[in-house]
Design a protein around this ligand. Structure first.
Ligand SMILES: Nc1nc2c(ncn2[C@@H]2O[C@H](COP(=O)(O)OP(=O)(O)OP(=O)(O)O)[C@@H](O)[C@H]2O)c(=O)[nH]1
Ligand SMILES: [Mg+2]
Length: 1122
């Protein structure tokens, strides 16, 4: 008897009992063939007489068709079939057999041909050992299985078990265990089918029937399943093979599920997979399991949220139209309802404007804008992470606004975008052009020693770059840590926005992958400076595994990369060898955000991680360690590279650069053509900008300063003759190459023109700086320390004037050439080009470009040029050009331009030393909805050259320009802001009063505001006292001034409208702390806002004015009158 599955031992309970006729059996039956028979077994010995079965016996009829000798020994199935087909083979079941009882096996053979039964033969008796109960697998691992089984039911049953196991390929092992129902079988092969059989074994070694069960050993699941890159509609994941699977060929099965979608099933042989065509802003579950011999491992799953598309975020911010139709500086500067009345921020749509307005006013709280509502839930759903807001604004602004925003952000000491991600297109853009306007003054150790300063355009400076990135989960605020690192002890500043700030904890939706940059710049004072050398610091938002391009770029360009990571994730660092890493790499390794250790990572000859510091517990300790590490780095003369020279690396990392376009390239070419002529600025001006002499002649025509003893008529005639001479000479020589290049650069598309002007400005600045910087420093030093040395000051002033070469010099030349062009033949190409210029300049004004009104050298207004430019502007505005004018006059270098820029978001030139020369104007549009209320369509802001009382005694007219300019400005204005220097208040007041006195003739009294800059906090009483004193001083001056007496001016109200309570302003200091690391003070910005509101209120009250054409007439009239 054998068991059906071929196992050994007699199995009395199996249904599939097979009767095996061995040779011996043949002997028993004793051939002749063919034959048939019955096999019977029963509890009791057979009785020969009984042909019936007993209850506990069974008979299997056996019928053999053929000669048995022809059959192979083990051909059981045929017997069985035969047996079954005969019908009635009794079922044999467990109940039929009783354990541990003697059984008698017998045989009743039948000789088929004769039909007579043969004699019964005894085969033997059998004692049945009780089998164990069912097998259970307690654990199935790739290499081991733990199985257990139940004990036999009989209490007396033996307690030894024989366990055998085998794979499909071979028998693997056998063990007999005593008094234990459990065993761990190890050293198995993974993913294989194994059979396990357990049989009870009695003391004699007899076995029960075996209980069997089979199982596959487990397939090892994949490890470290992680997301590599996430976009709006695509994502990629990667993983490593399961344990011990390196050598075994296998595949992976990936299942991608998301709510309400059919699961997607994909097989791959690789260890990474990119999925595309996904839904944006959706949660996906990605499960990966190993597949070996059609067996699957357990699945390892991760959840990934695809990026929202801009299409989802921009509408929330009300910016959806601006993605294609970019926001411009003009719109941002526009005066609208929000300037007129207080509007609460109730919806996220109001956030971009609110942010931009505050930023333009240099409010260092600008990033903390949020919607205010009484409902907490609404507040939450309306919240937008400020980094998303900034990213969205950059994606929706034009290139000029980019530059403007960056400039203002840098003044607020906010980190600015270096690499800007676009989650819609997947593009990353390096914001090189946008940053090119940041110019900063600082003092590295060597310059501090030499008492010099560095004034540099930061994108072109070779400053070591240090990058801070994160691997894996966020365990501390990297940004906050950086802020602590970059803040000087005197003043903490949030350079990088972080999660503990307003709305900083709102999940970022479109700004992951953003790399921001900021700079640490020393002031040269060792008591203040944290680092004595300049340092650029970048901060990548998001996990480096997801933002590999950004990370690669930083590894290639930085002097050092600091990676924040948890110890458990540090394995990923091994991947660094695949990258081109030129930076020194440091790990800031943490144990679940609790202990931080700084480690260095060396890549060659093999990867090695070494501790630099001991484990630190607090942020403060860590900041100290980082500071030491950075100081050491700076001392080691690290890799230095300007941002401009990183552009090439950006391209290699598939990162775009914002100046990668034909227009920019063409603008740069135009600039290069001009610059090839600029070897020496004075020479260049002589040769290429020679019409300046005409400006002098024009100015002299009115002033008659050198008339001497000639009659004015004769003198004017001689001037006219000189002018004609010059004009003819110019006609013969044609337009000089420098100017030809300039006009070509101007007369192009708007964007190209703006690129051209900015690039020219940058390049000229670069050319002149080394000459101008020392002169400007000297000028400032002299006018502060020895203001009486007017001779020297005048000399330096002249040198500054000679060495300077700025865009306005070219534009002045345009003004003169334009005037001359009317004498050229009508068909001449030069004339045609020149005739386009007024319209071009009108567009420049509209684009927020400051235009020179009074020539800062010749003190002349090129009337024809200005008239035609403004007339063009009038046409461009469809004659809707009703205008009100705000001007500023007052003490030189007191912060006038800075105040205008802060109040109106403008870009008048600002710098230390004498900066504004002559007068410049900028135009601000008024939104059509408030035009009626304000009584104008636009506001013209005029910035003027500072008054220089210390130069008054010279009396040779050479320094009267500033006073003339001030008088003109006042005459043109509806509101005049007067800056009173605290140090030279008295003298300036006198000049101011003279400027106003000259207006008596034109019968106009502008509203006047006095501002005192750099005023520390004052109480209300102190302010009142100061206001009173100012009025008294002014009145006294009027009383004592002969000129005024002559002009019949006896009191202040004769020359200006002045309200003692609302027209005197004490403006707090501009910087909060010590530059260059100081941000603009919140007090200054808020004060500027209050002043701006007052100015707008006043504008509303001013009588309605004429339009641009009327303004032109006024300029003409006043200038001639002056
Ligand atoms: N410390 C300090 N510096 C200021 C303040 N306001 C402006 N500045 C700085 O002073 C310098 C001169 O500022 P400007 O705005 O150009 O001064 P300005 O009166 O227009 O100068 P001119 O046009 O040359 O007469 C710049 O470097 C400003 O950053 C202030 O309140 N405090
Ligand atoms: Mg100025």
């Amino acid at each position: 008897f054998e068991e059906s599955d071929g196992d050994h031992g007699a199995d009395m309970s199996s249904k599939d009992v097979k009767v095996h006729f061995s040779d011996q059996t043949k002997d028993i039956f004793g051939m002749p063939q063919p034959w048939g028979g019955h096999v019977k077994w029963s509890k009791e010995p057979f009785s020969e007489k009984t042909s019936e079965f007993k209850r506990s016996s069974i008979e299997i009829p056996l019928h053999f068709k053929n000669n048995l000798s022809e059959r192979p020994d083990d051909n059981y199935s045929d017997y069985r079939t035969e047996a079954s087909s005969k019908g009635d083979p009794p079922e044999f079941n467990n109940e039929s057999v009783f354990a541990s009882e003697d059984f008698f096996l017998g045989d009743l053979s039948e000789n088929r041909p004769t039909g007579r039964p043969s004699s019964r033969m005894d085969i033997g008796t059998l004692l049945v050992v009780p089998p164990p109960g069912k097998i259970k697998f307690l654990s199935v691992k790739p290499n081991s299985v733990i199985l257990s089984w139940e004990s036999p039911e009989e209490p007396e049953a033996p307690r030894s078990f024989r366990v055998k196991w085998s794979s499909t390929k071979k028998e693997e092992g056998c063990l007999v265990i005593r008094d234990f129902n459990k065993i761990e079988v190890d050293s198995l092969q993974l993913g294989q089918l194994y059979y396990f059989s357990v049989a009870t074994q009695d003391e004699d070694g007899s076995l029960s029937k075996a209980v069997t069960k089979s199982t596959f050993t487990a397939v090892p699941p994949p490890r470290r399943v992680s997301k590599m890159h996430i976009e709006a509609t695509a994502l990629s994941v990667e993983w490593t093979k399961g344990v011990n699977m390196e050598e075994i060929p296998h595949r992976f099965l990936l299942t991608v599920t998301s709510e309400g979608k059919e699961p997607q099933v994909i097989y791959t042989g690789d260890c990474n997979k990119k999925f595309s065509d996904l839904e944006s802003d959706t949660e996906y579950k990605i499960s990966v399991c190993t597949v070996l011999n059609d067996r699957h491992s357990e699945a390892v799953s991760i959840s990934v949220h695809t990026e929202p598309t801009l299409g989802e975020v921009l509408p929330v911010l009300g910016l959806e139209d601006q993605y294609d139709n970019k926001l411009t500086l003009r719109t941002v500067m526009e005066i609208n309802q929000n300037d007129i009345s207080e509007n609460k921020l109730e919806t996220p749509e109001s956030l971009p404007e609110a942010f931009l307005r505050r930023l333009m006013m240099l409010n260092t709280n600008a990033r903390s804008v949020r919607c205010a509502s009484r409902n907490v839930d609404t507040d939450k759903s309306n919240a937008v992470n400020p980094l998303d807001l900034i990213t969205a604004l950059f994606l929706c602004s034009d290139v000029i606004l980019h530059q403007h925003i960056v400039l203002k952000m840098a003044l607020c000491q906010f980190a600015v975008p270096l690499l800007l991600p676009n989650c819609n297109s997947g593009e990353i853009t390096m914001m090189l052009w946008s940053m090119s306007d940041i110019v900063r003054t600082f003092r590295p150790s060597q310059q501090a020693f030499l008492k010099q300063i560095c004034k540099e355009r930061l994108v072109f400076s070779d400053i070591p770059l240090v990058s801070f990135v994160r691997l894996g989960k966020r365990f501390l605020s990297k940004s906050q840590m950086l802020n602590k690192l970059l803040s000087n002890a005197q003043h903490y500043h949030d350079t990088f926005y972080h999660s503990n700030m307003v709305s900083g904890d709102v999940p970022r939706r479109i700004s992951d992958g953003l790399v921001e940059i900021s700079w640490y710049l020393p002031c040269g004072d060792r008591n203040v400076d944290k680092f004595t050398e300049p340092l650029a610091v970048t901060n990548l938002r998001g996990d480096i595994r997801t933002f590999d391009k950004q990370f690669s770029f930083l590894c290639e360009t930085s002097a050092a990369v600091y990676i924040f990571c948890d110890e458990s994730e540090a394995d990923y660092i091994k991947n660094l060898h695949k990258k081109q890493v030129t930076a020194k790499v440091f790990l800031i390794s943490s144990r679940q955000g609790k202990h931080f250790t700084l480690k260095t990572v060396t890549m060659k000859p093999s990867l090695k991680i070494t501790d630099v510091s001991e484990a630190k517990k607090t942020d403060t300790e860590l900041v100290k360690v980082l500071q030491e590490s950075l100081s050491l780095l700076l001392e080691s003369n690290p890799n230095q590279m300007s941002l401009a020279s990183m552009a090439e690396r950006a391209h290699c990392c598939e990162i775009l650069v914002d100046d990668d376009n034909d227009k920019y390239e063409s603008a740069c070419n135009n600039v290069s053509k001009i610059l090839q002529h600029v070897k020496n600025t004075a020479e260049f001006k002589d040769k290429h900008l020679s019409s300046q002499a005409l400006s002098w002649l024009e100015s002299e025509h009115w002033r008659l300063r050198k008339v001497g003893k000639q009659s004015p008529e004769n003198y004017r005639k001689s001037l006219k003759a000189k002018e004609d001479d010059l004009r003819i000479k110019q006609q013969i020589m044609g337009m000089p190459a420098g100017m030809l290049g300039f006009t070509r650069g101007l007369v192009t598309s708007e964007v190209q023109r703006l690129y051209f002007l900015k690039w020219l400005e940058i390049k000229l600045d670069y050319v002149c700086r080394h000459q101008l910087s020392p002169l400007e420093n000297r000028y400032q030093e002299l006018s502060e320390k020895s203001p009486k040395d007017t001779q020297k000051i005048a000399e330096i002033d002249k040198q500054i004037s000679v060495c300077s070469l700025r865009v306005e010099h070219f534009l002045r030349e345009c003004g003169q050439l334009y005037k001359l062009a009317s004498h050229l033949p009508e068909h001449s190409s030069q004339r045609k080009t020149m005739e386009q210029l007024p319209a071009t300049c009108a567009h420049m004004l509209l684009d927020g470009f400051p235009l020179e009104l009074v020539d800062g050298d010749a003190a002349n207004i090129p009337l024809k040029w200005i008239t035609d430019v403004l007339t063009e502007l009038h046409h461009i505005l469809y004659s809707k050009s009703k205008l009100k004018v705000i001007t500023i006059i007052g003490a030189e270098n007191s912060g006038k331009s800075t105040l205008l820029n802060t109040m109106f978001g403008l870009r008048f030139a600002v710098s230390k030393g004498m900066c504004t020369r002559g007068a410049f104007m900028q135009l601000i549009s008024v939104n059509s909805r408030v035009r009626d209320e304000l009584g104008c369509d636009c506001i013209l802001i005029i910035d003027t050259e500072g008054l220089k009382p210390h130069q008054m005694p010279r009396g040779d007219h050479s320094h009267e320009r500033d006073k003339e300019v001030a008088s003109l400005a006042v005459a043109l204005s509806d509101i005049a802001i007067v800056s009173v220097s605290n140090s030279r208040g008295d003298d300036v007041l006198e000049l101011v009063l003279h400027a106003f006195t000259r207006l008596k003739d034109v019968g106009k009294k502008p509203l006047c505001h006095f501002v005192h800059f750099n005023t520390p906090d004052m109480s209300a009483a102190e302010t009142r006292e100061r206001n009173k004193k100012l009025v008294e001083e002014l009145e006294e001056k009027i009383q004592n001034d002969d000129e005024m007496k002559k002009a019949n001016i006896t009191e202040l109200s004769d020359v200006m409208q002045f309200n003692i309570n609302t027209s005197n302003w004490n403006i707090p200091p501009f910087w909060q702390g010590k530059p260059p690391m100081a941000p603009v003070s919140v007090g200054y910005s808020e004060y500027a806002l209050t002043l701006k509101k007052q100015l707008i209120k006043d504008l509303k009250k001013c009588p309605k004015r004429g339009d641009m054409m009327d303004f032109i007439k006024r300029v003409d009239r006043f200038w001639k009158a002056l």
